[in-house]
Design a protein around this ligand. Structure first.
Ligand code: AMP
Ligand code: TRP
Length: 332
């Protein structure tokens, strides 16, 4: 059976981009794959959360996964730092990844900004740890949002370099799964900017935990343009705000952008916004109820994470042990 692995950083409130770009697709995929969903707390350390924050957010992220429909009796949900093989393999990979490859990473450039010298080494090495997250399970497929495509290419390059060095087809090259119409959800305030946790304006994004009034308000205030909606994506090529709202609508109603467009042909944005608000409320409010119940039972969540880590450790240790043999590292 093919195996998927993906992860999200426990850095606070998840937003609609995380949901539609990642979790929503995981839920659909888990039935046809052996599935591993990681909470990548070591990646989150690059943003310096306090101990209280990261502890709370790690459990919250697990609760979000389950509330959104990840089935813990079938899929493995686990915390990255509970599986030490990730960091061990990451070091080994860092000795295979030329600086030139890492210098190309656009996410590092965006996150480091103008003060590159002050960015931490963890932020720079971030994609190497991500490669280890994936390859330590020999995952065949990785469901992520569009922004992670470059990191997946680096993962494939690292796997290739390792295979080449040891003249063995040891790591299969994992395929990205970038699915659905909302692979890149844009800010509600600016249709050309990605929706992200780091945007200073709360009105740029819908949080999974926003209540119905907040969702309605944010959608009402979302940027639009003065035209009526057209019947095809081509006819709206240069209208990023319209396309973003329609992509979100399409993803939430499990249809394509092409099918969503004719439904609103000739209508005003207010019609789309009203339907979109209803869809968001119908999706997110039940998710919030389930999450609230889960958060009341931290013991249950910890049991799921412990079970997930046990399974993950078994597989990851096996890969690491093989890697050590290939490299010639002595084992205890
Ligand atoms: P992060 O919050 O950076 O840990 O992202 C976790 C997952 O959410 C990754 O698979 C990202 O590709 C996805 N993601 C984050 N922001 C967006 C967005 N605006 N649109 C689509 N997917 C996103
Ligand atoms: N880099 C991803 C992000 O920022 C998170 C991540 C870490 C990840 N390890 C992963 C995603 C492994 C998929 C597979 O969104």
């Amino acid at each position: 059976m093919n195996r998927i692995l993906s992860g999200i950083q426990p850095t606070g409130n998840l937003h609609l981009g995380n949901y539609l770009g990642a979790i929503h697709n995981w839920v659909a995929l888990q039935k046809s794959y052996e599935a591993f969903f990681c909470i990548v707390d070591l990646h989150a350390l690059t943003t310096h959360p306090s101990p209280e924050e990261i502890r709370a957010w790690t459990r919250e992220t697990a609760a979000n996964y389950i509330a959104a429909g990840i089935d813990p009796s079938h899929s493995h949900i686990f915390v990255q730092s509970m599986v030490p093989a990730h960091t061990e393999l990451s070091w080994i990979f860092s000795c295979f990844a030329p600086l030139g490859w890492l210098n190309r990473m656009t996410q590092f450039k965006e996150k480091a900004g103008k003060h590159r010298d002050q960015a931490n080494l963890g932020l720079y090495a971030y994609p190497v740890l991500m490669a280890a997250d994936i390859l330590v399970y020999k995952a065949t497929h990785v469901p992520v949002g569009e922004d992670q495509k470059q990191h997946l290419e680096l993962t494939r390059d690292i796997a290739g370099a390792f295979n080449h060095r040891y003249k063995r087809d040891f790591f299969k090259l994992p395929e990205p799964l970038i699915l659905g119409p909302a692979t890149r959800v844009m800010s509600l305030k600016e249709g050309t900017v990605k929706m992200s946790k780091s945007d200073p304006s709360d009105y740029s994004r819908i949080h999974l935990m926003d209540d119905a009034d907040t969702i309605a308000l944010k959608i009402r205030k979302a940027k639009t343009d003065p035209e009526l909606l057209a019947g095809t994506p081509e006819a709206m090529k240069n209208r990023p705000e319209a396309l973003n709202l329609l992509n979100i609508y399409g993803a939430l109603s499990n249809t394509s952008l092409e099918k969503a467009c004719p439904h609103f042909e000739g209508k005003s944005f207010s019609v789309l916004k009203a339907e979109l608000t209803d869809l968001l409320v119908a999706t997110l409010i039940p998710l919030q109820e389930r999450k609230k119940d889960l958060m009341k039972d931290p013991l249950y969540l910890d049991t799921i994470l412990k079970k997930g880590a046990e399974k993950a450790n078994t597989l990851a240790q096996h890969t690491l042990s093989e890697v050590k043999d290939m490299i010639g590292l002595l084992k205890n």
